[in-house]
Ligand binder design. Structure first.
Ligand code: AMP
Length: 419
């Protein structure tokens, strides 16, 4: 399938081609036609699957199909859990709309209020925002959500984890005249996201990126058994020196991150890092150094690394295993992006094995052990097996006569608008 076959406006197809996308990804093929038919969507699509374009392209198409008749407030609102993700989505929105007259803006915490004021004073077609800062503006009446026609929640599972559900619901109440809702989450498992979705979506189509968890062996994954913390450090140094071109190394706490960066520096390994509660300018500077290739190794905690989009990361290294299997999937999604091959290596001590097993089960894929000859562990490797589970993939049948279906949905939508 091509982007033209998705019946996207030629300005959007042109932008997509400029970005080097040749064919739509699986989630884009599934979501775009449904979203263009005006349906609410509950989509399971982890980062790396092309989910951002899956919601931005139909949103842009809607704005082009129904141009604004008079100046006014924002029409499409996209909420993201973190500042970095908001900025990335905004950058993609700008790229998709560059051959159009559509105006995009972003407001997040950490940006000064003067800049927000300027942003909000425009006739924004698309606003990307983090929930906390947007709610502040709504409360101060410096932002108006009453003209929102489509509400998009990106990485909804993470928003829930970060405690944003009440704020998001408040914003959704403000945007009560909207006609469409799209909710994207890395996983739809667990009652949390489903309940959250019930409050926001109306009779949604459930779409699951195929394969949502195991990216068809695109990411080579293995683990190294470490006897203790010192052994783990030795393994990391070896891997970084011998195997890695670019890597994101995940560490569980700020304290460990600081300690590890000093250890690596003492071995001549130059790193940059992202940790929670870092001033925005420092985060941006660290990311810019990593993205430009100036420093090829990025140390990060989970919260800090959420939403970073760096296309050419060769390795993800779990220096510490995450707390949950879906976080493991998020982490390894930093590599093997956009069709590239990637490698994810976990350094695990005996007490981490339950988590390795969970991640393997979650992805329905075994994670095998490997040994570096000169750093062989003294302990024996526990056996890990992955149970096979059936993955439910919802394939929707398209309307037979698409043009007719879209025309009727447009008419319906125009009818609603007139009210
Ligand atoms: P996302 O899942 O939206 O974070 O996208 C992951 C990466 O895939 C980003 O770097 C996108 O620019 C890229 N991407 C998205 N859609 C496509 C596509 N159809 N073809 C190639 N790359 C894509």
């Amino acid at each position: 399938m091509t982007f033209e076959e998705l019946e996207l406006d030629e300005t959007l197809c042109h932008a997509v081609a400029d970005m080097g996308y040749e064919t739509p990804t699986n989630i884009q093929e599934l979501v775009i036609p449904l979203a263009m038919d005006g349906r609410d969507i509950l989509a399971s699509a982890p980062t790396g699957t092309g989910k951002t374009a899956a919601f931005l392209l139909p949103a842009c198409q809607f704005l082009l199909d129904y141009p604004r008749k008079q100046p006014g407030a924002t029409r499409i609102l996209i909420l993201t859990p973190t500042r970095e993700l908001a900025l990335q989505v905004y950058e993609q929105a700008k790229s998709f709309t560059k051959h159009t007259q559509l105006i995009c803006g972003v407001i997040t915490g950490g940006i000064n209020y003067g800049t927000d004021k300027e942003t909000l004073s425009q006739n924004l077609d698309i606003l990307v925002a983090t929930p906390g800062r947007l709610l502040e503006h709504i409360e101060k009446e410096t932002a108006d959500c009453r003209d929102i026609e489509c509400l998009i929640l990106d990485e909804a599972d993470r928003m829930l984890d970060m405690g944003f559900s009440t704020v998001v619901n408040q914003i959704a109440t403000e945007a009560r005249w909207r006609k469409q809702n799209l909710l994207f989450s890395a996983t739809l498992e667990g009652a949390g996201v489903r309940n959250f979705a019930k409050d926001i979506l109306i009779n949604p189509e459930v779409v699951e990126a195929n394969p949502s968890r195991k990216e068809k062996n695109k990411i080579h994954q293995w683990y190294h058994l470490a006897d203790d913390f010192a052994h783990k450090q030795a393994l990391l140094i070896h891997i970084l020196k011998e195997q890695v071109t670019t890597a994101v190394v995940f560490v569980k706490t700020r304290e460990r991150l600081q300690m590890l960066k000093d250890v690596l520096a003492s071995k001549g390994i130059n790193v940059c890092w992202l940790q929670g509660e870092m001033p925005q300018d420092k985060r941006n500077a660290a990311l810019a150094r990593f993205k430009s290739g100036e420093v090829p190794i990025l140390l990060a905690t989970d919260v800090a690394a959420r939403g970073i989009d760096v296309p050419d990361v060769s390795h993800v290294i779990n220096f510490d295993m995450p707390r949950k299997a879906d976080i493991y999937v998020h982490r390894i999604g930093r590599t093997g992006r956009a069709g590239a091959k990637g490698t994810a290596i976990s350094l695990v001590e005996a007490h981490d094995f339950a988590m390795v097993a969970k991640a393997a089960r979650y992805m329905e894929e075994p994670i095998k052990g490997r040994v570096i000859a000169e750093l062989r562990p003294k302990n024996k490797t526990p056996k890990i097996t992955a149970k096979k589970k059936k993955v439910a993939t919802k394939k929707k049948t398209r309307p037979k006569n698409k043009a007719k279906a879209r025309a009727s949905s447009k008419a319906k939508s125009a009818g609603k608008k007139a009210k």
